[in-house]
Design a protein. Structure first.
Length: 425
């Protein structure tokens, strides 16, 4: 029996796909690199945005049409968020819910034999120290907790991932240790909200970062997205932990809007001033910090003045990375009951923010041209060369280097998304 897996969406979901593959491999089920070689296809879905939903829906339907003789299993967030639609477009497909990965082998074997098996619903099963099939071993993803404490009105992912379930620091540290011994040079600590880690178990993100950073080996740690609301209780300790030389000077801190009114409507649980205070503290203690933010354009209650406040916020903090999303209704989300703003208004605001985004990020990167950087080479580039990361987690293109090594480069060119470099040693 041969299985092909394709995963969509966030780092966390990618790790789910690696766990599915690891469990199958442990049960002597072959993982193949193309659909043509496979008997069973697993589509590990993302459902965070409407364009993603449309892409996933089209993909499932196309696979059924193009490969009628192959068995198909649907995994990921769509299983929990929109079972009604999934059953309609793929009535003969089995399901693996994101909390039921330990049953992957059983589901695959039953599906291969012609049965439709659907396992879903929440579970407290740990996703640490379980079988995992990693692509190259250089970048190792560890899911430190699943679920969140948020009640954001626009989000449907929380319906798929459920309430917060943190995994023990000792277990996470042990998985990191094994990964580093096996050649990993980058450990990615991921979650729906890493700042919520331990709020249900009495442990703290700052302690987790320190424990992993103090492991032996030459590696770097990337800490995943943190909700501003949940970082407030431990901000000084987290900053102290992130000063460790093995931790990238990088935070992903979504703000979503620069308007307190819209943040309240979104039920984000923090104000603009609280957000600015956190950013200020980080930048004071970590001067070379790369700040990544998320912005939702056109939330249903966003007025022209609210939008102007978002522009002012971005021009004030000048983040290194800006992830923009046009607001769209999501299944089950509270805000989906509100009327959307006119499409032309949404389009105009999105275009303006995109221009501001490009200007800010390109200027940020241009400041690095001519500088000498120590970078970690983490993967091959899709168009040749290699991709390395600065200590601030900025991507740098290196023409020739050895994967997994730290090299010195001179930055020769900058774009809004990456840097080009010349190898110095």
């Amino acid at each position: 029996m041969k299985v092909y897996i394709e995963s969509y969406g966030c780092t966390f979901n990618k790790a789910d796909g690696q766990i599915i593959a690891g469990i199958l491999q442990e049960n002597e089920i072959d993982i193949v690199d193309s659909i043509e070689k496979a008997d069973v296809i697993i589509v590990n879905t993302c459902y965070v945005k409407l364009p993603t939903e449309n892409k996933i829906t089209y993909r499932i339907q196309k696979l059924q049409k193009d490969f009628p003789d192959k068995k198909i299993i649907i995994g990921g967030c769509m299983v929990e968020i929109d079972a009604e639609k999934l059953d309609k477009i793929a009535p003969d497909c089995s399901w693996i819910g994101p909390h039921q990965l330990n049953k992957s082998a059983k589901i695959v074997e039953a599906t291969y034999c012609g049965n439709v098996v659907r396992e879903y619903g929440f579970s407290k099963e740990s996703k640490v120290n379980v079988p995992k099939l990693v692509d190259d071993g250089l970048i190792h993803i560890i899911q430190i907790c699943e679920g969140c404490l948020g009640v954001c009105t626009f989000c449907c992912t929380r319906f798929a991932r459920g309430p917060l379930n943190s995994y023990p620091i000792a277990d996470i540290k042990e998985e990191a240790r094994k990964a580093i011994e096996n050649g990993a040079c980058e450990i990615q600590l991921t979650a729906q909200d890493t700042a919520a880690f331990g709020r249900d178990s009495g442990e703290k993100l700052s302690d987790l970062i320190k424990e992993v950073a103090n492991l032996d080996g030459d590696f770097r740690i990337r800490v995943g997205m943190m909700h501003p609301k949940n970082i407030l209780n431990d901000v000084d300790e987290i900053i102290d932990a992130m000063k460790h030389p093995k931790v990238y000077d990088f935070i992903h801190l979504p703000v979503q809007s620069g308007s307190d009114k819209v943040l309240s409507d979104m039920r984000r649980g923090h104000t603009v001033n609280q957000y600015l205070d956190v950013v200020s503290k980080f930048r004071k203690e970590i001067p070379d910090l790369t700040l990544a933010v998320d912005i939702i354009v056109g939330y249903p209650t966003e007025t022209d003045d609210d939008f102007k406040s978002t522009i002012e916020l971005l021009e004030n903090i000048k983040p290194s990375l800006i992830h923009l999303s046009k607001y769209q209704h999501r299944k089950g989300a509270v805000s989906s009951s509100l009327p959307e703003i006119p499409h032309e208004v949404m389009k105009k605001r999105s275009k303006l923010l995109s221009e501001i985004k490009s200007k800010i990020t390109e200027e940020e990167n241009k400041d690095l041209v001519g500088s000498v950087q120590k970078v970690l080479v983490v993967e091959k580039g899709s168009k040749g060369g290699f991709i390395a990361k600065t200590d601030s987690y900025i991507p740098v293109i290196v023409d020739d280097a050895k994967l997994g090594t730290c090299v010195k480069v001179k930055i020769t060119e900058a774009t809004s998304t990456y840097l080009k470099s010349q190898l110095l040693e």
